[in-house]
Design a protein around this ligand. Structure first.
Ligand SMILES: Cc1cc2nc3c(=O)[nH]c(=O)nc-3n(C[C@H](O)[C@H](O)[C@H](O)COP(=O)(O)O)c2cc1C
Length: 186
């Protein structure tokens, strides 16, 4: 199942070069202009019916909002996320208000695309991103109190990578992508 993740694969260098760091340079700042571009990249993601069911809470070291977020990190993510110049809490709008009516069947799917846009934009700007779920979802939700219908899904640490891609990175083969879902050959 292992495959080479080198540029020889022929995919775009921005995609080939992207990886999720486990160390960030804590001295590197994500400035206002960079933050605006990351949000702009997310804004232009496709979504079902152009529903755009995504939202974000952003904070940087030194800002009052930052303390509200970092205290909910799990020990595993706090180790590296605290070095990032920007933390992004991602939210999906799943329901209409406090009803059980779906706002979008594809809310989480579309949020993922918006975050993918953000991570590739980060890469293009010489930054790197590690998405993560290692935080206390319940206590962070209590802290930030999103509007009814909105759910916190994940977080993204963005900053200057201070390590290289791990040697252990691997991927399923393209053949497996096509065969794994089926019991019989298609
Ligand atoms: C939705 C999501 C949740 C993740 N949660 C964590 C996490 O809690 N802790 C962590 O260290 N990495 C987390 N990751 C990062 C993945 O482990 C990483 O993307 C994967 O190992 C592939 O490595 P790469 O991004 O360098 O290609 C998460 C990634 C995604 C997309």
């Amino acid at each position: 199942m292992r495959r080479d993740l080198g540029l020889a694969d022929g995919i775009h260098p921005l995609l080939a070069g992207r990886f999720s760091p486990t160390r960030f340079d804590a001295s590197a700042v994500v400035d206002d202009g960079s933050l605006s571009l990351l949000l702009e990249a997310a804004r232009w993601a496709p979504s079902a019916g152009n529903s755009q069911p995504w939202g974000f809470f952003v904070c940087r070291p030194g800002e009052p909002e930052y303390e509200r977020v970092v205290r909910h990190l799990a020990p595993s993510s706090a180790r590296w996320a605290k070095g990032a110049g920007l933390l992004v809490v991602t939210l999906a709008r799943r329901l209409v208000g406090d009803s059980s009516v779906l706002y979008s069947e594809f809310a989480d799917y579309d949020l993922g695309q918006a975050v993918a846009h953000m991570t590739v934009q980060a890469q293009a700007m010489g930054l790197a991103a590690r998405q993560f779920r290692a935080f206390d979802l319940e206590s962070l939700t209590q802290e930030l109190r999103p509007n009814p219908g909105w759910a916190i899904v994940s977080m993204v640490a963005v900053g200057k990578a201070a390590d290289d891609a791990a040697d252990s990175r691997d991927r399923r083969s393209t053949a497996d992508l096509l065969s794994a879902p089926w019991a019989l050959p298609q």
